[in-house]
Design a protein around this ligand. Structure first.
Ligand SMILES: *[C@@H]1O[C@H](CO)[C@@H](O)[C@H](O)[C@H]1NC(C)=O
Ligand SMILES: *[C@@H]1O[C@H](CO)[C@@H](O)[C@H](O)[C@H]1NC(C)=O
Ligand SMILES: *[C@@H]1O[C@H](CO)[C@@H](O)[C@H](O)[C@H]1NC(C)=O
Ligand SMILES: *[C@@H]1O[C@H](CO)[C@@H](O)[C@H](O)[C@H]1NC(C)=O
Length: 742
């Protein structure tokens, strides 16, 4: 994504230094394999190869012909207030137009409770997702809320693509557009808004919000009424009556008679040749749970329900998520356990409309299992190499989306909590009963980055990430690592740093609950790790700084600041909880910290800190970074701009008065004699974006172009000490990017 022209952004603010938009090229650092939950995959029913995958915090992707994916929503993640909020990378529903396959719609918004202050939007593209228009909705959309794998909540009338329905959360009911998504009106005759909430007692509002409508499905074969498809089904997150239908194109609605109750309908899909609606149900909304469920077939002509659940009795202790119909072979369908945590998910396939089923694995002589699949992850080797020794799960968990290509019975994809799996020989299931499963998420990067470090002389990048541990990239940033950070494994690493005088020494901290020591060190540039002796179980999370000589680790953990050294851990009582910290990269006894408007210095390897200066009228210190080669040279970002000291923080100068707010900072090799300074900053109150200064903060050039990097507070930076201009941007939901001038 290149900005082709130089832009002068501040022509009107004559008093401020001119801000130049420098041309930068951005690419994802390849972690590979997705790295997060893929709640929805949608195939276009009429044009082969048009496939979209939606993620809960990392936006929307489109499938390429070589099985890789292209991100589609980075430019609109930049909308409006995007720089301080982040809702446009949450996608709660996607719909691909069966009449005009170039058209695609997505429901954008992250949370329906207080975490996201904005209403949601419908994004519409008529060029396959290359460019978008967005239209605000009068309510919030919850792309990262519970029940986000139910769906799809957006549906296009297969006989009239001006008509689009959206099933809302939070008690807002059913909405209809007759102008291709530009505006929606409430369908007042549809009165069920859903009563299900995951946990009514959750005072945060996250689990106590009504999950609302789950999906909308048309009977494409039904008669037209006023140019619209007459028969429509709607599934609602409700344990009472949950499936409703209209026979008059949505004017009136009734509950489908004799329907099963006590479960939530996760998916409802119509098979036109059979004139049947298939449904999967679970007793909870997902994505992490489910202890019971059912699979049902509703025959439209006879208006009868048939229970086609593949298992019963004691064997049924999970809910069902994904549901795939083979449109080329009526009567062939697949369903999958939403969460079967041990030994692995189970996938069921039927070729007789659900009368009988076969499985993808079965027990042999315990504990052996017979697997009817081959499994590999060549595009993301770390998926296999980093699995715990006693973890038997290959097929995945949180499987809400299971799809067979409607125009190719051999091609299937399913989304999990970690990646997308699938293959190209699915019909072998019915002959040799052996299918090939691969991780097919190449190009999807949806990790939540928690911290980055770029080490002089390499490795180029150490990335601490949520849920998938973390990664070391030596030099090739385009290659998925062979292994993630293991031995020890922390599901989430929250901090990482290297030692200035011994750069092959690194430290990382994690927050995998209270499961023992959560601090690890490497002495080979992040290739291998070992527990740092002295770390105390129960201390976790936060950020970490390693002294220049690698003999002390200062850890601003969730529970307070500690220092780990010589096999023991001690509390640093002179620093407040939540202090931003850094180590001097040359002077081995010096650490820095900031909190509120105060700056602290330690000259005894972190044992004690003294408040040595104040930072203007700051109320929040966001980041402390140091000159990679010069002792005592320290930079601090605050809500009152950027401060720079060359005397160990005893005195500070504000770098540039036009910087009115600042988040992450990094120093890296520049084109001339100075280190480049990178900052996520606001200038004169303008949107917070990524800027670079090559003259120690006097002048700033915007370098993020037209792309968004998500919420300012969720961005982490690092910059190369070896390659001029190379900067790394960690995001909350779109992995890490690297940018180079040009
Ligand atoms: C909510 O709290 C009430 C009162 O403490 C309790 O009876 C109920 O079981 C709780 N519900 C859930 C779903 O935890
Ligand atoms: C699962 O649901 C069915 C249908 O409601 C019920 O008969 C069965 O007892 C449930 N199983 C468990 C373990 O609760
Ligand atoms: C490290 O910094 C402290 C504090 O400024 C100073 O007293 C000390 O002399 C420095 N050590 C070296 C080796 O420069
Ligand atoms: C610093 O950046 C500006 C704007 O991108 C550029 O014009 C200038 O040449 C750079 N300075 C050096 C020394 O390269």
């Amino acid at each position: 994504m290149r900005l082709l022209t130089l832009e002068f952004a501040c022509l009107l603010a004559a008093a401020a230094p001119i801000s130049v938009a420098a041309q930068y090229t951005w690419k994802n650092v390849k972690f590979g394999g997705g790295g997060g939950f893929v709640p929805g995959i949608v195939f276009n029913p009429t044009q082969k190869g048009v496939v979209y995958a939606r993620t809960d915090i990392g936006g929307l992707y489109k499938l390429n012909s070589d099985d890789s994916w292209t991100p589609l929503t980075d430019a609109i993640a930049h909308d409006k207030t995007w720089h301080i909020k982040r809702h446009n990378w949450g996608v709660d529903a996607v719909a691909t137009d069966p009449i005009d396959p170039a058209r695609v719609y997505a429901a954008l918004g992250m949370y329906t409770h207080s975490w996201d202050p904005d209403n949601g939007a419908i994004a519409r593209s008529s060029d396959g997702g290359a460019t978008w228009s967005t239209f605000d909705l009068p309510f919030k959309v919850g792309g990262n809320m519970p029940g986000r794998g139910m769906g799809e909540r957006l549906a296009i009338d297969p006989n009239n693509n001006h008509i689009i329905y959206f099933g809302a959360r939070s008690g807002n009911g059913l909405w209809k557009s007759t102008n291709q998504g530009q505006s929606f009106e409430k369908v007042t005759s549809f009165t069920s808004v859903g009563t299900y909430v995951a946990d009514p007692n959750d005072s945060s509002g996250y689990n106590s919000d009504i999950q609302g409508l789950a999906w909308i499905e048309f009977d494409s074969t039904s008669a037209l009424v006023g140019g619209a498809t007459s028969r429509i089904f709607v599934g609602v997150a409700d344990k009472g009556e949950s499936v409703f239908y209209s026979e008059d194109a949505g004017q009136t609605w009734s509950a489908v008679p004799n329907q099963p109750q006590g479960f939530l309908p996760h998916k409802g899909k119509f098979q036109p040749s059979e004139k049947a609606l298939y449904l999967t149900y679970s007793d909870t909304s997902g994505p992490y749970d489910g202890g019971n469920g059912t699979v049902q077939r509703f025959d439209i002509a006879s208006s009868t329900w048939t229970d086609i659940t593949p298992v019963s009795g004691e064997d049924l202790f999970f809910g069902f998520g994904g549901l795939a119909l083979d449109m080329q072979k009526p009567g062939t369908l697949m369903v999958v356990t939403l969460n079967l945590w041990w030994p692995d998910a189970q996938i069921y396939r039927s070729v007789d409309s659900g009368k009988t089923w076969s499985v993808i694995w079965e027990w042999g002589a315990y504990p052996d299992r017979t697997l009817y699949y081959d499994y590999s992850t060549p595009k993301a080797p770390w998926i296999i190499t980093s699995r715990g020794a006693d973890d038997t799960k290959e097929l995945g968990w949180m499987i809400e989306s299971l799809e067979i290509n409607p125009l190719d019975s051999n091609h299937w994809l399913y989304g999990t909590g970690l990646t997308i799996y699938g293959g190209h020989d699915l019909t072998n299931w019915d002959t040799t009963h052996k299918v090939t499963i691969e991780s097919l998420a190449d190009g999807i990067e949806e990790t939540s980055v928690q911290a980055l470090a770029s080490v002089p002389g390499g490795p180029a990048l150490l990335s601490a990430t949520g849920d998938v541990g973390g990664y070391t990239h030596d030099n090739d940033l385009t290659k998925s690592p062979e292994v993630a950070w293991i031995n020890p494994s922390y599901a989430t690493n929250t901090g990482v740093d290297y030692a200035g005088n011994k750069p092959q020494s690194a430290v990382r901290v994690g927050n995998s609950g209270s499961e023992g020591n959560q601090i690890a060190v490497s002495s080979d540039g992040g290739k291998t790790w070992a527990e740092l002796q002295g770390g105390v179980a129960g201390t976790s999370g936060g950020k970490v700084a390693l002294s220049a000589d690698a003999d002390s680790a200062l850890w601003s953990a969730s529970s307070g600041v500690v220092v780990v050294r010589s096999g023991s851990q001690s509390q640093v009582t002179s620093l407040p909880t939540g202090a931003a910290i850094a180590s001097d990269k040359r002077n081995g006894t010096v650490f820095y910290a900031g909190h509120g408007n105060r700056f602290f210095l330690s000259v005894d390897s972190g044992s004690t800190f003294t408040s040595v200066s104040t930072l203007g009228s700051a109320q929040a210190v966001r980041d402390v970074v140091v000159n990679p080669t010069l002792a005592g040279d320290v930079w601090v970002s605050t809500d009152d701009g950027i401060f720079h000291s060359t005397d160990y923080g005893k005195t500070f100068k504000k770098t540039d008065k036009s910087v009115t707010d600042a988040y992450a900072l990094a120093l890296g090799k520049g084109p001339g004699k100075y280190w480049n300074v990178y900052g996520v900053i606001s200038r004169n109150g303008s949107p917070i974006e990524l800027f670079m200064s090559n003259d120690t903060g006097k002048n700033w050039n915007k370098i993020q172009g037209t792309r968004g990097f998500g919420a300012a507070g969720g961005i982490f930076l690092a910059a190369s000490k070896d390659t001029s201009g190379l900067v790394f941007v960690g995001t909350n939901g779109r992995g890490a990017f690297y940018g180079l001038p040009g």
